[in-house]
Ligand binder design. Structure first.
Ligand code: GLC
Length: 749
């Protein structure tokens, strides 16, 4: 379909209607011109296709579909291929269900562990977020289904999500909150982006020109279309002017306003045409990529969901290698999640799951007895249930408690107030561990929890919200049919108040200030040298891995070159296993305030016992860069860095320094109020000031002596000379006005 030909055929009213949905889930059809209505639906980890009663919060029924592990679990896989497998599978299911766009991935940064939708998001780290989102999107769109990365942008809490103003400095905005989206746009070229409800620095995302046009399109080269979160439009005309294409849900009540705005001349019809073209581009692309006669095999999808879950689970503790369990040992399975697992979150991502497998259902041939222990609908301890569970634990070889957060505690639409598990679960875990030290805790959580019993139990396996086959995955991992290989994509802090957003979450008077800047997650805990419960990138295995032979293809480079890094990973244990190898770049500190280390690459390698493989990474400028607002771009500061090869952000196995020389020029117009140090930071300043430095330093010496022997050692002299604005040297009679003006003019030239 040639959009250029169709556009002049459309009436103004038809155009105004096309940039809003035809209903809750479809675009608007224009039958007379053969423009079909195409369907979009949530997302992001399964199809929430609502056949009749439509809503955007997952309250209404949707068709049966396969429920895959939630974003928080998927991220713990650190596995681009795994996210691609998910994207591919969802693509097939969408084609089978005639869905043209899947509303995912959900990829906001986890600023606070309290955010109610953290279960749906990937990580506290933008690189991991961007890489996994790109893998998912490439695979989904290769199946001819559009993606819709969300929620763009800086939507990191549920409280007041529809009105709150996220106040964030430009560097943190780009380095933390946009970097994942930027990576996605540049690497995967997605068809859709969903703008968020909230404001960013005072302007709603749905009418934020800087966000939707200047950054998204002009800086990053996005060529797709922007759709609102459901009901996020505020001023539709301003939205059009800012780069918002499609209002959902439709039909809304803005069509006439658009017609009036064009008719009155306050809105240029060309602006409307651009949005219409972007929407039609998506509609016709969907039509041409429609695959016929695709039947989605849900049994196969269910098995894939279980396989993903086993790859995402994180083994947090395994004292005395109590895991994997012996199939012959008499086990006590305690906790309602053993029979009715929490495998997904609440809200718009809620799936009408095809088939849920619990641990109990999967434990065929395993001698266990079950005790409920606690009711997930309650938080107060039920003494009767507790006593029964303790009795069972006493007489068992091993106890497995299936615990975790409940649907009431974390969900879309509101945030948590605490990291704590429900009191009845903590009490139960303590009580059974008291009578049986061989207690294993299996967690079902969408985000970090406090573990007051951590030192009293023998093992902790975090399944996160592992999708509809989570029970089978848990049993496979507990009994050694699979070896845990996930690692945390977010830090578990020791206590909530340790978290860098603690003082400013969820904000006040309609705004939330991101005062921690770039120090989000491990970036903060590392810089502050704080202990944590479990660090970013941490996860155990039933086997062990050795890291050797780090090599860099250069140890001196400029920011225009790439660096090739390789090392050897060896499986030194008894089990076949997969190791997630992380690459951090360590900063030793220049002028720019930066995190100590930042994740810049990762891979997952499978090794048989005693097998060794070489893994290789290619790092470019972005690995060393920070975002420089003065040039509105990424920028490398010259200096010494270290390449760190790590098993976690707190377990650096190999490292080697590399010197990077920057070619960046930060245009600065100097004035007489700049210091000598600032002028000397650019070569022009060095040339102009070199001949004067001696005179200045002598003059400073006299001044300091005159002020009276301020114990002016060399350091004081140096500091005073370099950190004093030029104009002060005139006050002290060291330089003349003419000299100062001459210096400034020469340097700016
Ligand atoms: C919800 C969510 C968004 C979802 C949309 C449609 O408000 O914020 O993620 O895709 O509405 O259900």
């Amino acid at each position: 379909m040639d959009i250029k030909k169709i556009l002049p055929e459309l009436s103004l009213k038809e155009k105004a209607e096309l940039i809003a949905g035809g209903d809750f889930w479809h675009t608007k059809a224009v039958e007379r011109l053969n423009i079909p209505a195409v369907m979009m639906t949530d997302g992001p980890i399964g199809l929430r296709k609502q056949a009749d009663k439509a809503d955007h919060l997952g309250i209404g029924e949707s068709i049966v579909s396969v429920c895959f592990p939630a974003g928080a679990a998927l991220a713990a896989s650190f596995d681009r291929d795994l996210l691609a497998k998910l994207g591919e599978t969802l693509g097939d299911e969408c084609q089978a269900e005639d869905i043209s766009m899947l509303l995912g991935p959900a990829m906001n940064i986890k600023r606070s562990p309290l955010c109610g939708r953290n279960f749906e998001y990937f990580s506290e780290d933008p690189y991991l977020t961007g890489q996994l989102a790109a893998a998912y999107v490439k695979a989904l769109e290769k199946k001819g289904v559009a993606s819709c990365a969300k929620h763009f942008a800086v939507n990191n809490q549920e409280k007041f999500r529809m009105t709150s103003d996220s106040v964030v400095d430009e560097r943190s905005l780009h380095e933390i909150y946009l970097a994942g989206f930027e990576m996605l746009v540049r690497e995967a070229h997605p068809q859709g982006i969903m703008c968020s409800y909230n404001k960013i620095n005072g302007v709603y995302a749905s009418e934020n020109q800087e966000l939707l046009t200047d950054i998204l399109r002009k800086q990053w080269g996005f060529e797709g279309f922007v759709v609102t979160d459901w009901g996020a439009v505020k001023d539709r005309v301003q939205g059009l002017l800012s780069g918002l294409d499609l209002e959902m849900p439709g039909p809304g009540n803005n069509a006439q306003k658009i017609v009036d705005a064009v008719t009155s001349g306050s809105l240029d019809e060309a602006v409307l045409d651009k949005a219409v073209c972007n929407v039609l581009k998506f509609v016709f692309a969907s039509k041409s990529s429609k695959a016929e006669n695709i039947v989605f095999d849900r049994e196969k999808g269910h098995a894939i969901s279980g396989k993903l879950a086993t790859e995402c689970a994180v083994l947090l503790k395994n004292n005395g290698n109590i895991l994997p369990l012996n199939k012959k040992c008499k086990a006590a399975f305690i906790g309602e999640f053993a029979v009715n697992p929490r495998y997904q979150g609440g809200g718009s991502s809620h799936i009408n799951a095809y088939k849920v497998t619990s641990a109990v259902m999967a434990a065929t041939g395993i001698p266990y007895e079950y005790a409920e222990g606690f009711k997930t609908k309650e938080s107060v301890t039920n003494q009767k249930l507790l006593a029964e569970a303790v009795e069972l634990a006493k007489g068992s070889d091993v106890v497995v408690v299936f615990a975790g957060l409940t649907d009431v505690i974390e969900s879309e639409g509101y945030d948590r107030k605490t990291l704590a598990l429900p009191e009845n679960q903590n009490a139960l875990i303590e009580a059974v561990a008291e009578v049986n030290p061989k207690t294993v805790v299996v967690l079902h959580n969408g985000s970090p929890v406090a573990m007051p019993w951590k030192d009293k139990v023998a093992a902790i396996l975090d399944m996160y919200l592992g999708g509809e086959d989570v029970g089978a995955a848990a049993i496979a991992l507990l009994y050694g049919n699979a070896n845990p290989c996930g690692k945390l994509a977010e830090t578990f802090p020791l206590k909530l108040s340790d978290n860098p957003s603690f003082l400013n979450f969820p904000g006040e008077n309609g705004h939330v200030e991101y005062r921690e800047g770039v120090f989000v997650g491990y970036r903060y805990y590392d810089k502050k040298e704080m202990d944590v419960l479990f660090p970013f990138g941490y996860g155990l295995s039933y086997t062990a891995f050795e890291y050797n032979d780090l090599t860099l293809d250069k140890t001196h480079m400029t920011d225009t070159e790439t660096l090739t890094v390789s090392c050897k990973i060896k499986n030194t244990g008894e089990y076949t296993g997969k190791e997630i190898v992380q690459v951090y770049i360590r900063n030793y500190g220049g002028n720019i305030i930066r995190p100590i280390r930042e994740l810049r690459d990762f891979t997952k390698v499978e090794l048989n016992p005693r097998e060794e493989k070489t893994v290789e990474f290619t790092l470019n400028k972005r690995a060393f860069a920070y975002y420089e607002p003065r040039i509105m771009d990424w920028c490398v500061e010259s200096g010494i860095y270290s390449v760190e090869i790590a098993a976690s952000s707190r377990d650096i196995r190999l490292e080697f320094p590399v010197e990077v020389k920057s070619t960046a020029v930060i245009p600065t117009t100097f004035t007489r109020y700049n210091t000598i140090g600032q002028l000397m930071s650019v070569s022009a300043g060095q040339q102009v000031l070199e001949p004067l430095l001696r005179k200045v330093q002598e003059g400073m010496g006299n001044v300091l002596t005159t002020i009276g022997e301020m114990g002016a050692g060399n350091e004081m002299m140096q500091a005073m000379t370099f950190e004093m604005p030029l104009v002060s040297f005139v006050l002290f009679g060291i330089l003349t006005e003419e000299q100062v003006d001459g210096i400034v003019k020469a340097v700016n030239k």
